[in-house]
Design a binder for this molecule. Structure first.
Ligand SMILES: Nc1ncnc2c1ncn2[C@@H]1O[C@H](COP(=O)(O)OP(=O)(O)O)[C@@H](O)[C@H]1O
Ligand SMILES: [Mg+2]
Length: 358
């Protein structure tokens, strides 16, 4: 970011460069509002908060649950707190490291700061919708901070890392996850996607879901890897990291969760506690807890098979473009994904039979 650039200008620029055009009149109003809290840093905090809320409401054309504090760090004279190097004080920032995809995530008190990407505003609007619709087991979107980073509420709990620990192999975990995702889907269903929505994805994606399962589309996270599920009292209690959210279907999203948590992988690639589990039975436990319809049960395995095939093609393409994905590829995805494809071809019929009988 050039030193002279104002963070929200940069965000808007990103949005418009990616073709997500804000209507001209909205954009002008937004820019006008966006400048105020930045140039008038002596404004009382309450006023700054109002201005930022106004910015977000204008952007999304709706009242969002955004409760951003634009300038959370001011000294007693109302000036921004600065350090010698970049005018930034990082003393209260705790780095958060997940799967290593997103760099620069930090915790500040009960908030998380993440870099702004072209899709950030869309995802914040989606999160706001989820909360407004009664799904509160996701970060609360809190706008942007004075450095132009996105601000989300910190979700307390434990986030497991791979290999998944043995206690996460219990059926109760699958049940709680299925119920959580069911509630998320029900809340997501009513969202009117903004016409200027921008979506993320892994770099260089070649194949997208073509929604072959005939289900109506809805926006959903599409990334239930262990690092994105927050546990409390040993059970999934909330979801974080909506970077890959985009329009999908319930079944396609469920297939993603099952890939990681049934899991729909070759035994060789599972965490030790998952190696000998009865996967068709576990998928049925999930299907029952979610209350999947007969149609959803019928299309689950073909949808999951197609999804794993896409993972393979897209991961290979991402590895060619991006060093983080190159590392994932070389450290195992290049063998794991073809093995998963072979495994689901073999085991798929048994899964379909097991879930159909319920
Ligand atoms: N809102 C949040 N609440 C609690 N922990 C979070 C939150 N956001 C991120 N984290 C922690 O930081 C890690 C990495 O963040 P994440 O958003 O998943 O980034 P990545 O894109 O690298 O997967 C997570 O696995 C989690 O431990
Ligand atoms: Mg993550």
């Amino acid at each position: 970011m050039p030193d002279s650039a104002k963070p929200l200008d940069v965000v808007l620029d990103l949005q418009t460069k990616r073709g997500a055009r804000l209507r001209e009149n909205r954009r002008a109003t937004l820019l006008e509002l966006a400048r105020r809290p930045l140039v008038r840093s002596r404004l009382p905090r309450q006023r700054q908060r109002c201005l930022v809320n106004a910015v977000w409401s204008t952007l999304f054309g709706q009242r969002c649950l955004v409760n951003a504090v634009w300038s959370t760090r001011t000294d007693t004279h109302g000036e921004s707190v600065t350090d010698q190097s970049r005018g930034i004080d990082r003393s209260d920032e705790e780095p958060l490291v997940g799967d290593g995809v997103t760099q620069g995530i930090v915790r500040v008190g009960d908030t998380v700061r993440r870099p702004v990407r072209p899709f950030t505003l869309t995802i914040q609007a989606f999160l706001a919708h989820l909360h407004a619709a009664g799904f509160s087991e996701a970060p609360v979107p809190l706008g942007l901070d004075e450095q132009g980073r996105e601000v989300l509420s910190f979700v307390p709990g434990d986030v497991p890392r791979e290999p998944l620990p043995p206690e996460t192999a219990k059926e109760e975990v699958l049940v709680a996850l299925a119920q959580l995702i069911r509630r998320l889907h029900d809340a997501a269903e009513g969202w009117a996607v903004p016409e200027d929505a921008v979506w993320g994805g892994i770099p260089g994606t070649q194949v997208r879901n073509s929604t072959p399962d005939g289900e109506p589309p809805l926006v959903s996270p599409r990334d239930y890897c262990p690092g994105n599920v927050v546990f409390r009292d040993g059970l999934p209690a909330a979801l974080i990291d909506f970077d890959l959210a985009r329009p999908t279907t319930r079944v396609d999203d469920i297939a993603n969760a099952l890939y990681y948590w049934a899991p729909l992988m070759h035994p060789e690639d599972r965490a030790p506690a998952f190696r000998d589990l009865d996967i068709p039975h576990r998928v049925a436990v999930f299907a029952d807890a979610y209350d999947m319809t007969p149609d959803q049960r019928r299309v689950l395995v073909p949808t999951a098979t197609a999804m794993i095939g896409r993972f393979h093609v897209n991961m290979r393409a991402a590895a060619e473009r991006d060093p983080v994905f190159r590392r994932f590829w070389n450290e195992g995805a290049k063998d794991r994904l073809p093995r998963a494809e072979t495994w689901i071809q073999q085991e798929g019929p048994a899964i379909t039979a097991e879930i159909a009988h319920r």
